[in-house]
Every structure is written in structure tokens, then in C-alpha cells.
Design a protein. Structure first.
Length: 391
């Protein structure tokens, strides 16, 4: 166990054989399985050696959050926070409760989706032949054969095929994360066979473009597309959280731009958006309920950020996060009029939830349907076609 520990720590060790704590950055001796200052347990140890007690890590994160909220930062240094869509006191209370939940560890879908993965892995996905994978890519990605890796040496198609079979080299020491990555990319191509043309083009183009960047970016995009596609096979709650996950990824990108201005296009790791992402995810991802915190620990180019920067990242992210936008996304998705539309939210699940008084928290079941007695201005461009009035 000690040899395994030292091997896993090797990538994060200095010339004196000490490893830097991801949480407080203090140097620890190689034999320490947790930080002697803050008690942080490296995530890769929890994953690969089986250290299950990460309570000290979670407690240290929550202590930092309390500290963040106590110390005031002038508003001029932070992006503006969203204004709720309502002034109704009862709705405002619900709005802020939901917002608080979605920006908390409880909303993270990583641990919940792992159960979904295991259930689906028992029903093995039929592996595609290389020619079938290339065929899907050719039909979906423009200029496919002009796309090369970031060093302009290896075709993107070759990298995708290797990942489909073996996973990413980045996760060679994280077997559970590697297994999830392999399953995710296989799931993406399996689902691509039945997706609508536009959705398939969008997702596979995004996937191919990610392989022109570093492995950290490849892993993030694979997990993001998988989360979006697999959400359609889950419960209503999980489908909504999949929408939230996608929104959080966009907010993380916006936080990076806000925090770094134009200083995220350089060659150094702390000037490359993919490595800034993993660094921020590792620092505050648990507190915000982000996916991929464990996977972020494998990025050898991630860098440590001090508590002051960590606080700014956390507060900037929470200010940029918009529950209003998520609500609008769900409303527009549900109100798509095309019968063949690719949906994020299953309307049958929505109707089932709204009609179940045991779980809908006294929600007005009929409010999800079109009401022709209400002013047309309420619906704006969301009024249904004649065929969909009673849907």
C-alpha cells in the first residue's frame, strides 16, 4: 500500500520527495496519506487505494465556504448577480432555495450517475467497429481529415479510436475514472446511431474538436456530452440536473474569462483554459457541485491557487450562475413544437410528476398545459401549434 501511495504521488512530488497539498499547498512527506495541516485526502488516493474517509476534505471545503461568505468583497470586483424573475415572496423563497441547492455538493451528479453507469454496463453496449465509428464521424464532422492533435502530428480520428478502445493516458492511474471515460465515449457513439442529424452533428463535432486540445479538455467534453445524452434515459430530476450541469460548465468558462481577462490564451499551463478549468474545478468544484472533481486531480498541468483567488473564483461563479437561464432553457425545450425534436426533458415524465400529489409539492398540475383563456402575451413565441394545443 505504501509503494502504491508513493507511486501515485510521484507526479505531484518535488525533488525532495514531498507532495503539495491541493487544498492548502503545504508540502507533505511522501508517507503522509493526508495533509498534516488541513487533513485533505488526495482524490486519487480515495479512488485507487480505497481511502473512503474524505470527511476531513469535505469539512475543510465547507470551512472555506463559511470563510468566503463572512469576508466581504466589494461588489465592483465581482460580476453582477442575477435578479429573480419574480417579486412574489413565496416564489422568491423557493427561487433562492433551489439556487442554493444547485450551487451545493448535494446537486453533484457524479456519484449519482455512477450507479446509472454500473446498471448500464451490466447491459453491455455493443462495441462498434472502427469503420462504423469513422462513418459516424465522416457524416457529422466537417473537414474531419484535416483535424490533427494540438501538436499537429496525430489525426483526431486515430486519437478518438484509441480512446474508444483504451481510454485516455491521463487516467492510467485512476482505473474507476478511466472506466467511466471509456464507457462514456462508447455510450456517445452508440447513441449517435439513433440521434437526429442536427444533434449528432453538434455532439460529434464538439467531440472531434476537443481532440485538437489537451487530454483534460477531451475528458471534460466526453463527460459533458455523455451527461447530456444519458440524462434523457433518467428520471425527471436527473434530466433537469443534466441541464444544470451543462449550464455550470458554461459558467465555469465565463468565470475563467472574468477572472483572467485576456490572460488565458498563452502557452504556460496557468494561461491555458483547459488547465485553468481543472485547477478551478479542483479548488472549488466540490462546493459548487461540479462534475469531474476527481478526474481533475489527474491533470499534471493543473496548478495551485491561493485562498484569496479561490474565494474570488467561488463568488464569481455563484454570481454568474443564472437560475433564470436554466428555467428559460427548460421552458423552451418543453415547448418545442416539432414532433421529431430532440428533447432534454421528457414531457411524459414532466406530466407524470406534475400529476403526482405525493411528490409535486402541491404544484398546480394543470399549469404545464396551454391555457387559451390567458392573454396571448403570456406565451409570446411559445404558443403551441394547433396540433400541440393539448400536449
Amino acid at each position: 500500500k505504501k509503494e502504491k501511495l508513493q507511486f501515485l504521488m510521484a507526479n505531484n512530488m518535488n525533488e525532495n520527495g514531498q507532495w503539495a497539498c491541493y487544498q492548502c499547498t503545504v508540502l507533505n512527506d511522501a508517507f503522509n496519506t493526508s495533509c498534516y495541516i488541513c487533513g485533505f485526502v488526495p482524490i486519487q488516493l480515495e479512488e485507487d487505494i480505497g481511502i473512503e474517509d474524505t470527511a476531513s476534505y469535505k469539512k475543510s471545503q465547507l470551512r472555506l465556504k463559511k470563510k468566503f461568505l463572512k469576508e466581504k468583497i466589494k461588489k465592483k470586483y465581482l460580476p453582477p448577480c442575477e435578479v429573480p424573475f419574480t417579486e412574489n415572496s413565496e416564489l422568491l423563497n423557493k427561487f433562492y432555495k433551489i439556487r442554493e441547492y444547485l450551487l451545493s455538493p448535494e446537486s453533484c451528479t457524479d456519484t449519482k450517475s455512477s450507479k446509472f453507469d454500473k446498471e448500464n454496463q451490466r447491459n453491455e453496449i455493443m462495441l462498434l467497429e472502427a469503420a462504423e465509428i469513422i462513418g459516424l464521424l465522416e457524416a457529422s464532422v466537417d473537414n474531419l481529415y484535416e483535424m490533427m492533435d494540438r501538436r499537429n502530428q496525430i489525426p483526431v480520428t486515430e486519437l478518438i479510436l484509441n480512446t474508444y478502445l483504451k481510454g485516455l493516458p491521463l487516467y492510467k492511474n485512476l482505473p474507476a475514472v478511466q472506466q467511466h471515460t471509456i464507457f462514456s465515449i462508447r455510450y456517445i457513439f452508440s447513441r449517435a446511431q439513433t440521434l437526429g442529424i442536427e444533434t449528432r452533428k453538434r455532439d460529434l463535432t464538439r467531440l472531434a474538436e476537443s481532440f485538437q486540445n489537451c487530454q483534460a479538455e477531451q475528458a471534460r467534453v466526453i463527460d459533458s456530452i455523455y451527461g447530456s445524452l444519458s440524462g434523457r434515459d433518467k428520471s425527471l430530476r436527473e434530466q433537469i440536473l443534466a441541464v444544470v450541469d451543462e449550464s455550470k460548465e458554461q459558467i465555469l468558462d465565463r468565470t475563467i474569462v472574468y477572472m483572467n481577462k485576456s490572460n488565458y490564451k498563452g502557452k504556460a499551463p496557468d494561461q491555458q483554459i483547459a488547465h485553468i478549468q481543472t485547477s478551478y474545478r479542483r479548488a472549488v468544484g466540490y462546493l459548487l457541485g461540479l462534475r469531474g472533481v476527481r478526474a481533475a486531480s489527474a491533470d499534471p498541468h493543473a496548478f495551485e491557487i491561493d485562498n484569496k483567488t479561490m474565494k474570488m473564483v467561488y463568488l464569481s461563479f455563484t454570481n454568474l450562475f443564472s437560475l433564470n437561464d436554466i428555467i428559460e432553457t427548460i421552458i423552451h425545450d418543453v415547448n418545442q413544437q416539432d414532433v421529431e425534436a430532440e428533447r432534454l426533458i421528457d414531457r411524459n415524465l414532466l406530466a407524470k410528476w406534475s400529476g403526482d400529489s405525493d411528490i409535486n409539492n402541491s404544484f398546480d398540475s394543470y399549469s404545464i398545459f396551454y391555457n387559451e383563456e390567458l392573454p396571448a402575451s403570456i406565451y409570446n413565441d411559445l404558443s403551441p401549434t394547433e396540433d400541440n394545443i393539448y400536449q
